[in-house]
Write a new protein. Structure first.
Length: 267
């Protein structure tokens, strides 16, 4: 078990020490600037959202890489660039979203130089457990939204689902798990007991999703997002704590978001 094999290895400095601050400032300016230009109707909404989302998710992966890389490891700006390329590709055409898959490929190729990012081989049972957890939460969301919020399921076309699946695998879930579990939780659980570390990471993970402009703005949807994302985050923290790998959490997140993508509002 990862938590026993590596029970206490606090990193030097504070919890956030080593973050690539200049890069994060630049990505923050990009994200905020894209939002401001869209609100002023100076640029179309689609490319503005792509740049904003790519900048924010690129910041998460870049920070995770900065914290996890060994000496001579990959530069954080490369991680941000790969994620931004996926976002720009998605804005150009639906099939361009497949560029999001460059991020997991890049992370996998660089895994030997990212020893602290939770890229260890996970037990197959925990990966299956993660996928089953995502399916359970997704099924519960599907039933609850259908009965109470006026949503219904749909069978999407491959052309309709593929861009979202690529986004979730390469942008949404990967960057979230790499930063919040592989980087931040890994640091936090070496300093504090599991409940405190998991609670902190889950609270910050909720903030990440609640400020996402893609989340529908209604009280019911927000309450549902808090409920399901809290359960998903806490479970993924436990899966990482058990395995030392982000793979089970990625499996859980991807399966859950597939179920989420199947919902649509009934007219």
């Amino acid at each position: 078990m990862y938590a026993i094999a590596r029970p206490w290895e606090p990193r030097p400095g504070g919890l956030l020490c080593g973050a690539p601050v200049p890069l994060l400032v630049a990505l923050g300016v990009l994200t905020a600037g894209a939002g401001a230009l869209a609100r002023a109707e100076l640029v179309p909404l689609t490319p503005a959202r792509a740049l904003g989302a790519g900048g924010a998710q690129g910041a998460l992966l870049a920070t995770a890489v900065a914290w996890a890389a060994s000496r001579g490891g990959p530069a954080p700006w490369l991680a941000a660039t790969v994620v931004l390329a996926g976002a720009v590709g998605a804005a150009l055409s639906p099939l361009g979203a497949l560029a999001y898959l460059a991020a997991p490929v890049w992370v996998w190729l660089e895994r030997a130089r990212l020893p602290g990012l939770g890229l260890a081989r996970a037990p197959a049972g925990l990966v299956v457990a993660g996928a089953a957890l995502g399916a359970l939460l997704g099924a519960h969301l599907f039933v609850t939204a259908s009965l109470t919020l006026g949503y219904s399921g749909r069978v999407p076309t491959l052309e309709g689902l593929a861009p979202w699946l690529a986004y979730d695998v390469g942008g949404n879930v990967l960057t979230t798990e790499a930063f919040f579990r592989g980087a931040l939780f890994d640091r936090a659980q070496r300093r504090w007991p599991f409940p405190a570390a998991a609670a902190l990471v889950t609270a910050l993970c909720l903030v990440r999703y609640l400020v996402d402009p893609l989340l529908p703005r209604s009280l019911e949807v927000t309450a549902g997002a808090v409920f399901y994302l809290t359960l998903l985050s806490l479970a993924n923290c436990w899966l990482y704590w058990r395995s030392g790998s982000i793979a089970p959490g990625v499996a859980a997140g991807v399966v859950f978001f597939v179920a989420y993508r199947l919902l649509h509002v009934v007219p």
